[in-house]
Design a protein around this ligand. Structure first.
Ligand code: TRP
Ligand code: SF4
Length: 403
């Protein structure tokens, strides 16, 4: 497989922070479950990324990796459809990170917004480390090592994908300009056969002379269809199309999906660091208790006081979990003070605990047989490594590090 299929490939990672919560499901996992049927997907537990901020507390990391994987599996991420693995089991990510670090200006990393933000937010930790500065570049390596065209991420990660694009462009610019590039590219065009070669030339001219981006898209599609081009030739022709050198590392796009805001128990965004979460596999009693004491519209002090669902995080959960009918009942009962908050929360407790129940059932086989989870991750890591090795060999050769 070559960079020509990169538009079909998706990669995403998640740091192991322990048991996942409803925010992870609605913000990320639901989307992964969908994507795994539409793309060739690589999903990994980013255990090295966890070290960048948590290098002092590593005794739980293994358990967290396990719990994360079980939560994925219990949420419908399917190892038959997507490749699931652990970052540190594919050391090629680290080699690419190192090689990219050679060409990445420090200023590019210092200006990534999360760098200063996180340093300020986590001010109890010393994050003036080399590894923390390199966090987004490691992420770039995670993406580029699979030559993935698409990265499903939340808005907070878009800057990291943008950095990845800049680093890829710089890499291709520096190392894609082999001597005799034009002649190699022309020779590759001929290998496509007369008809396809003529179309390729025509589309290339239209793009280069008139900036016709539709022609660029069509030419890319044409290249992706070619069966008898080597990986090297395909890369050359992708690069030649845009006038530059060989595209060794294609630039990825962020795949932004509409993410429903999942409110935490206090009305802030649900997040482990705010201690306001409901876990994906939390027990019914504790879930019910959390929802019963969850923040509501502060205007509803007494039962007689009407409320406004817009100001209520419980209602935001109704938006995700309830039928139109229940949602209407809640909104009207709230505004007219016809129902109390405890009534309003009941159907929510039912649907959330029902969902958790199904997830716990699906998780059971994995909890009982941890070896099963380890073998899924090990097998995934092997598949990922095969792909990663192909890229790293190309990268070494392009830089001039001999075999
Ligand atoms: N930085 C991401 C986060 O905190 C996790 C991550 C690591 C990632 N490597 C990645 C996401 C590669 C997408 C692609 O959520
Ligand atoms: Fe929120 Fe429902 Fe209470 Fe209204 S009735 S404040 S929507 S919990």
């Amino acid at each position: 497989m070559s960079s020509s299929d990169s538009s079909q490939r998706v990669v995403s990672g998640m740091r192991p922070t322990g048991r996942l919560h409803l925010g992870h499901y609605h913000g990320v996992l639901k989307n992964w479950v969908q994507l795994q049927h539409e793309y060739e997907c690589y999903f990994f537990v980013a255990d090295w990324h966890a070290l960048t901020t948590n290098y002092e507390n590593t005794e739980q990391i293994e358990q967290h990796v396990f719990d994360t994987a079980v939560d994925w599996l219990a949420s419908g991420v399917n190892p038959g459809a997507a490749t699931l693995f652990v970052q540190s089991k594919v050391p090629e990510h680290a080699e690419l990170h190192l090689l990219l670090s050679m060409i990445t200006p420090v200023s590019w990393l210092e200006r990534v917004p999360s760098y200063k933000d996180q340093q300020a937010r986590l001010n109890d930790k010393d994050l003036a480390t080399y590894g923390f500065l390199g966090y987004p570049l490691l992420q770039s390596a995670d993406i580029l090592i699979y030559r993935a065209g698409n990265v499903p991420v939340g808005a907070d990660q878009v800057a990291h994908v943008e950095l990845t694009r800049e680093v890829a462009r710089r890499f291709n610019y520096i190392y894609g300009r082999e001597p005799g590039f034009e002649q190699h590219a022309e020779a590759a065009v001929k290998k496509m056969g007369k008809k396809a070669a003529r179309l390729y030339r025509e589309l290339r001219t239209r793009y280069l002379e008139r900036g016709d981006t539709e022609a660029l898209e069509r030419a890319r599609a044409l290249l992706a269809e070619q069966q008898n081009l080597s990986i090297g030739d395909a890369e050359r022709l992708f690069g030649y199309l845009e006038g530059g050198g060989r595209i060794i590392l294609p630039e990825p796009q962020p795949l932004l999906t509409k993410q429903p805001k999942v409110p935490g128990l206090d009305g802030e965004k649900m997040s482990k660091s705010y201690n306001n979460t409901i876990e994906l596999r939390e027990a019914p009693e504790s879930t019910a208790e959390k929802i019963r004491t969850m923040q509501t519209d502060p205007a509803r002090v007494r039962l007689k006081d009407p409320g406004n669902p817009e100001n209520c995080p419980v209602f935001a959960l109704h938006q995700i979990y309830s039928s139109d009918e229940v949602r209407r009942w809640a909104a009207e009962g709230c505004k007219s003070a016809g129902i109390g908050c405890i009534d309003c929360k009941k159907p929510l407790i039912d649907s959330i605990t029902e969902e958790q129940h199904q997830r716990r059932e699906r998780a059971q086989q994995f909890e009982e047989d941890p070896g099963l989870v380890h073998s899924i991750l090990l097998e995934g890591s092997e598949i990922a490594r095969d792909m990663a090795r192909e890229t790293i060999e190309d990268v070494r050769a392009a830089i001039g590090l001999g075999p």
